[in-house]
Design a protein around this ligand. Sequence first.
Ligand code: KIV
Length: 262
Amino acid sequence: MILQDFAKKKSAGAPISMVTCYDAWSAALIAETDIDCILVGDSLAMVVYGHDTTLPVDTDTMAAHTAAVRRGAPDAFLIGDMPFLSYRRGLEAAMDNVAKLIRAGAQAIKLEGAAGNTELIRHLVESGVPVMGHLGLTPQSVHKLGGFKVQARGDAAAASLIDQALELEAVGCFAIVLEAVPGKVAKAVTAKLEIPTIGIGAGRHVDGQVLVLQDLLGLSGTFRPKFVRTWLDGSTLIRDALQAYHRDVSEGSFPNGEESYE
Ligand code: KIV
């Protein structure tokens, strides 16, 4: 997939599949599938580092994981997520942080929200950096939002979301993630835009879907939000494999002769 394919897929009515990824070995597995693109999301802070929010992760950490994903998936279309406040401390600092993700191997960056970001987005696009927007539940604003809650409920909030999406499109975003918004609102936003929407918890009437890799593989324990489907019971499979390894070591059946050097 290249940047231009996002628009082509929208006009062809062909859904875009995106998945998060944070390391080289799972990137290599994704690269063997037909998944369209990879997001090195700042959900990394929660999924990999065990934090309660995405706020603790910084640009250097995002860049290190972006580089790892790039090594695992050399040909994938890779989007690097700008972490909390990394694009809110003035244009120059933001450009330095964007450069870190692009130099680490991202082809595009994603940032959250429209208010206060449009000048930066326009500048990035004019500088040759593709930008993906992110509206609805923007986890970097978790404290302002009062938790990880569905957004854009009610007519005024829905109208405001549409306005923000149109603003992001006008300044040059090539796609917008819509997170945790009612399906009918996501549908209305999608119909208004020429650029594709990629939903997570935004229903079916969007131009693509994104999920956290560990969620779809059933590796997120008891964390099962309504919008997640699991295609694998990964936790059970991995736990069983680890237990079997322990059993074989404990019983002395591992390693056997074939697994040992003469
Ligand atoms: O950080 C992330 O993984 C994301 C997706 C959930 C869209 O922003």
